[in-house]
Design a protein around this ligand. Sequence first.
Ligand code: CU
Length: 151
Amino acid sequence: MKKAITLLFLSIFTALGMAAPALADECALVIEGNDAMQYNLKEMSVPATCKEVTVTLNHTGKMPVTAMGHNWVLANTADYQAIATAGMSAGVDHDYLPKDDARILAHTKLVGGGESTSVTFKTDGLAGKDLTFFCSFPGHFAMMKGSFKVG
Ligand code: CU
């Protein structure tokens, strides 16, 4: 019985320990991409109180960037397909993104299996907008996309 109570307390502390950092930095989000051409999230959001957001992309797969590269790109939902199409012709040297395209609100670089990357961007003007995040590697955006909300 004593052992059960000890275990109960331990799990409460573990739960609290995991919850605390999330509350401490609600403006920092983490997303994973894998070798099956998938993100682990379909929705991401931050509270409107975040002036800046940091998104970290962890590629949990093993495949090289040339075969299964992933990035994280943010755009208005109305723009993301056109950006992905333009990105294909931009090529791998430009992380499959059109250069100096104002429609790209934020993006990470392209990474391969086992690598991580992150981007920090300001949320000015993004609150309440219909935003989409996606991967611009050719052919990926159909599966690798989701909604992003500020506020
Ligand atoms: Cu991808």
